[in-house]
Design a protein around this ligand. Structure first.
Ligand code: HEM
Length: 372
């Protein structure tokens, strides 16, 4: 089904929500992120990240995207990410050691969910961890949906910071992704590398933070699943896929939302004519609850097959999915094996949703536990 909706920025768009259609369209190159006439394009939001599109033709966009994947994908391959697992496990243990030192209830969001992805992505990119509070502010500002000035300032600051870091790494390369990007790119491309790196720093932590928090909420609300996992931790990878699929108990998104794409030419979707330049929202959250694919979609239960679209699909499939999966399985394995009881210290209705942010999530996550 395809229907007309209004975006958070107040512009018209088409929304697609059926699983098969969303999946097909995610892989359709005729839907892109660029627009031939950005000034007159319908906007998704007032954020720089998913706001006004950039100017490019279908060919230009595909060329740039293919180059970006060629540059980044090898560094984030499943095999490389698997090698990070012991280090991630150690980090999770350290963060949980610090958590249990705190008086209860303690904020799991601040102590674990936020820290782990930032530590890991900083290490991979070669970004100094001491600067995390600074880029945390910029990263949140960038993803603000309702304040274009704040979003633009966050982006400019992040880009400038990355530009300076790229210059430093040109002089003193390290064993990290940014140094490898510099090595594999002809001189004069520093701005592009800075932009790619800023994107990675953002993509590499905000999303994962929100999913870790979501997992804690879902396991707290489903104690039977918690018991099943602690008895049989080998099923944690299936539980992680279900955490990825299941919507957050705290909804931060309108049901009329989705991943924005622009028709790069006139196309037909489900018998409807979509003129070139129109905005199409791909409803991944709705597709993940499509009953034809996920029986009893509102039930949180590890599934035999779980072909959710949370990491996208097709040529733009998330480059960081193997990394996110390593982080998520390590966090939840540690939590269910280490604690006898563990869960939210307040009712979910008392949690503060971060509605103004693109990735949503919660501001704090107070938890209580007992140790086995
Ligand atoms: C649970 C955590 C994550 C979720 C839910 C997530 C989700 C997504 C989704 C849905 C896309 C596709 C966007 C589209 O089709 O327009 C995507 C792309 C991307 N993600 Fe992730 N992501 C996560 C973690 C990460 C991490 C850890 C990294 C960093 C290493 C990362 C890097 C990227 C990059 C570079 C792309 C762009 C791929 C492209 O355009 O070809 N993501 N992510």
């Amino acid at each position: 089904m395809i229907k007309r909706v209004t975006t958070p920025a107040g512009d018209p768009a088409w929304l697609v929500t059926d699983y098969d259609l969303v999946k097909t369209l995610l892989a359709d190159r005729r839907l892109g992120r660029a627009h031939p006439d950005p000034d007159n394009a319908p906007k998704f939001s007032d954020s720089v990240l998913l706001g006004k599109p950039h100017k490019a033709t279908e060919e230009e966009e595909n060329e740039r995207h293919t180059w970006m994947r060629r540059m980044l994908a090898p560094s984030f391959s499943a095999r490389n990410m698997e090698q990070l697992r012991p280090g991630v496990r150690h980090l999770v243990d350290t963060l949980l050691d610090e958590l249990v030192e705190q008086p209860q209830p303690a904020d799991f969001h601040e102590a674990v969910s936020f820290k782990l992805p930032v530590l890991v992505i900083c290490e991979l990119l070669g970004v100094p961890y001491e600067d995390r509070e600074t880029f945390r502010r910029w990263s949140e500002a960038m993803s603000t949906l309702n304040d274009p000035r704040k979003s633009q300032d966050g982006f400019t600051n992040m880009w400038t910071y990355m530009g300076e870091l790229v210059e430093r790494k040109k002089k003193e390369p390290g064993d990290d992704v940014i140094s490898r990007l510099i090595e594999g790119t002809p001189p004069g491309q520093e701005e592009v590398i800075a932009q790619l790196s800023a994107g990675l720093l953002f993509a590499g932590h905000e999303t994962t933070v929100a999913v870790i928090d979501r997992g804690v909420m879902l396991l707290s609300l489903n104690p039977d699943q918690w018991d099943a996992l602690s008895k049989n931790p080998s099923t944690i990878p299936d539980a992680v896929e279900e955490i990825l699929r299941h919507p957050s108990p705290i909804s931060t998104r309108s049901e009329d939302s989705g991943m924005p794409r622009y028709a790069m030419s006139d196309i037909g979707i489900d018998g409807v004519h979509i003129p070139s330049g129109d905005l199409v929202l791909l409803g991944v959250l709705q597709a993940n609850r499509d009953e034809t694919r996920f029986p009893s979609p509102e039930t949180f239960t590890p599934r035999e097959t779980n072909p959710h679209l949370t990491f996208g699909h097709g040529p733009r499939f998330c480059i960081g999915a193997p990394l996110a999966r390593v982080e998520l399985t390590e966090v939840f394995t540690a939590v269910v094996t280490r604690f006898e009881t563990f869960g939210l210290a307040v009712d979910v209705s008392q949690l503060t949703p971060r509605k103004e942010l693109l990735v949503g999530g919660v501001a704090q996550l107070p938890v209580r536990w007992t140790v086995a």
